[in-house]
Design a protein around this ligand. Structure first.
Ligand code: GUN
Length: 295
């Protein structure tokens, strides 16, 4: 079997142009230009690239972005002060704090300090709680990107066994929470899954992953998923972005898994571009929500 390549790049471009049309309509109707504030602390090269890509995508979609750079030595208190200002700024609709933060910073209290209505990453406890209860305010960007890609390719999750390798707060946990819903906003066919979440303490990992109809790798370990861990004819989603000897590789051993899977996402050009498109969606939705809430 030679797997079909699920093209995240073109799917994301299509989503972005739809969002750009909606932004233009919104602004033509008197709405405020949706504005994202991206906070980047320190000089991690990968984070700089991600934030620059997010900014560029905002601008191309007719939105505004503000990059707020802070030195590597920033303290938790300084970051909390900055977030308090951004929370109060009426012209800022979405706030994104790029992760990871430097070691001295208490990441959880920083994420807790983002006003939930401006929390376009959907990391705030209130937004996580709303998602778990099946009434999301914002869908988390990477999980939303994954389900959006599956929906575009008509790969249904209803009744399927989805195995997620990785229990991060950014991908594994929120994706599991989306997929077990009756409808997470993309229709019943793209929810209602039987979900298993594996992690570093899981025993017999390969026997669990081999039972997946849809296997999602999101652990940040280069080429962890090999062909012997994949069921024949399954769908494999690779969320990993790992730098190995100046090359970007995923969590999936692409060449060997291609021979077993029916469909697979490449790295790069798979889930990464969709994460950015879904961030734009949330920023537009945030501008609309805040327009309703204003007195
Ligand atoms: N770092 C890696 N992925 C993400 C993400 O989706 N959002 C933010 N803010 N930081 C990240």
């Amino acid at each position: 079997m030679r797997a079909e390549i699920l093209d995240g790049k073109s799917t994301a471009a299509k989503a972005r142009s739809r969002i750009a049309e909606e932004v233009a309509q919104w602004v033509a109707g008197g709405g405020a230009i949706p504005t994202l504030a991206a906070v980047l602390v320190g000089d991690d090269p990968a984070s700089q690239v991600y934030v620059r890509n997010k900014e560029k995508a905002c601008q191309k979609a007719g939105m505004q972005s503000r990059l707020i750079r802070q030195p590597d030595s920033t303290t938790t208190e300084q970051l909390l002060d900055l977030l308090a200002q951004l929370n109060l700024a009426p012209e800022v609709h979405g706030i994104l704090v790029q992760l990871p933060l430097p070691k001295q910073i208490d990441t959880q209290s920083v994420l807790d300090a983002v006003d939930p209505i401006k929390d376009v990453d959907a990391f705030a406890p209130e937004n996580v709680g709303l998602l778990v209860q099946g009434r999301p305010r914002y869908l988390p960007c990477t999980p939303h990107g994954i389900v959006h890609l599956l929906a575009e390719y008509r790969i249904e999750t209803l009744g399927k066994h989805v195995v997620i390798v990785g229990r991060s707060d950014i991908v594994g946990k929120p994706l599991a929470n989306m997929l077990v819903q009756r409808d997470a906003g993309l229709g019943k066919s793209f929810a209602n899954a039987t979900v298993t979440v594996c992690h570093s303490q899981s025993e017999n990992l390969a026997s669990i992953t081999r039972s997946a109809d849809i296997l999602v790798a999101a652990v940040g370990r280069p080429k962890l998923v090999t062909a012997d861990m994949v069921k024949l004819g399954s769908v494999v989603i690779d969320v990993g972005i790992n730098r190995v000897e100046d090359q970007i590789v995923g969590d999936v051993d692409f060449d060997s898994v291609c021979e077993v899977a029916a469909a697979i996402t490449p790295v790069p050009g798979g889930i990464g571009p969709l994460t950015i498109a879904m961030l734009l969606r949330n920023t537009l939705n945030a501008a609309k929500l805040q327009a309703i809430q204003q007195p």
